[in-house]
Design a protein around this ligand. Structure first.
Ligand SMILES: [Zn+2]
Length: 293
C-alpha cells in the first residue's frame, strides 16, 4: 500500500479507484474537507487537483466531475487553497479591482450558459430528494405499508386518482407503476377493483365489460332507466349515456346478442330443470310404471 494511502483519513470511506460516483453530500463534504484532494484515479494527494488530472490522466475538470459525480460548480482544489483564492478575490473586490456588477456581456454569457445547464449530479439529486421526503415526514420513498394503505382507501369506494390526491399518500402514477411492476399486487388490486360498485368505476370515466353486460341485460328486460340506474348504483343519465355509447360504437348488437343468448341458455336450463323435476315427480307418483318388465 502506498504511504499516502495510509495517511488517508478514516472518514473518507472512498478508496481511490472505487470509481463510483459520490452519492451523498456528506461524502462530497468529506472529500473536499482536505487540504490535499486525493486523486480518485491514482491516489495522489494534490493541492491543485485540476492541475494534476490533465497531464496525468488526460482529463478535463468537467470529465473528472462527470466521472465521479462532483457538482459542476465545485473547484478541484484542497480546502486551504480554495479559501486562499476566495480571500484574494474578496480583497481584490474591496480594492475595486473587480466590477461590482457583471457587465452586460457577462450577463448575456451567463444567460446563454444557463440555457444549456447540465443536469445536477447524483449526490445533489439524492440530497434534494431526501429533503423533499423529510418535508413529508418520511425517510424513504413509498413502501409496502403505503401500498396497503392505498388499497384500504380504494376499498372504501374511492378511485386510485382520488386516493392519489390525498396529502399523505403517493400519487396515482406511483400506484399505477407499482401495480404494473408487481404481478401479485396487480392481481390483488384488480380483484378489489372488480368488487367495487359501478358507481365507483364510473368516476374513472371508464366502465368495464361487466357494466356493459349488466346494462344490456337490464335494458332488454324493458326496465325504465330509473330502475336500471338504481340497480347498477349509477345515475340514470350515466346508464342512458352508456347505452347510447354502445349503440353509437355499433357494439350494441353484439352485446344484445350475447345477452339474449345468455338469457336463452339460462331459460332453457331453467326449463330443463323444470322438465326433469316434473318427470321425477310423475315417477314418484306412479312408481309402478318404471318397474322393469
Ligand atoms: Zn491521478
Amino acid at each position: 500500500m502506498p504511504s499516502f494511502m495510509q495517511k488517508l483519513p478514516k472518514k473518507d470511506s472512498r478508496p481511490f479507484g472505487s470509481r463510483g460516483k459520490f452519492s451523498t453530500m456528506k461524502e462530497l463534504q468529506n472529500y473536499f474537507e482536505e487540504n490535499e484532494l486525493t486523486c480518485l484515479l491514482c491516489g495522489k494527494p494534490c493541492v491543485q487537483l485540476v492541475a494534476h488530472i490533465g497531464p496525468a490522466h488526460g482529463l478535463s475538470a468537467d470529465d473528472y466531475k462527470e466521472q465521479f459525480g462532483i457538482p459542476w460548480t465545485y473547484g478541484l482544489a484542497g480546502k486551504a487553497f480554495r479559501r486562499r483564492c476566495s480571500l484574494r478575490m474578496k480583497a481584490l473586490r474591496r480594492r475595486g479591482g473587480l466590477a461590482v456588477a457583471p457587465s452586460p456581456g457577462h450577463i448575456r454569457r451567463l444567460v446563454a450558459a444557463a440555457k444549456k445547464r447540465r443536469p445536477p449530479v447524483q449526490a445533489v439529486r439524492d440530497d434534494s430528494r431526501r429533503k423533499l421526503l423529510a418535508l413529508h415526514g418520511k425517510k424513504e420513498k413509498w413502501d409496502a405499508e403505503d401500498f396497503e394503505e392505498f388499497l384500504r382507501r380504494i376499498a372504501l369506494g374511492r378511485t386510485p386518482s382520488e386516493v392519489g390526491r390525498d396529502e399523505d399518500m403517493p400519487g396515482a402514477n406511483w400506484f399505477r407503476r407499482t401495480v404494473n411492476r408487481d404481478a401479485a399486487l396487480g392481481r390483488r388490486f384488480r380483484r378489489l377493483w372488480d368488487s367495487l360498485s359501478h358507481a365507483v368505476h364510473v368516476r374513472t370515466g371508464k366502465l368495464g365489460e361487466k357494466f356493459k353486460r349488466d346494462i344490456v341485460r337490464l335494458r332488454l328486460r324493458d326496465l325504465p332507466w330509473g330502475e336500471i340506474a338504481a340497480a347498477l348504483g349509477v345515475s340514470p343519465s350515466t346508464a342512458r349515456s352508456a347505452w347510447h355509447q354502445l349503440k353509437k360504437r355499433g357494439t350494441l348488437a353484439a352485446a344484445c346478442q350475447l345477452a339474449s343468448r345468455t338469457a336463452r341458455r339460462n331459460a332453457s336450463m331453467r326449463k330443463g330443470r323444470v322438465r326433469r323435476a316434473r318427470k321425477s315427480a310423475r315417477q314418484t307418483r306412479s312408481p309402478g310404471g318404471r318397474l322393469p318388465a
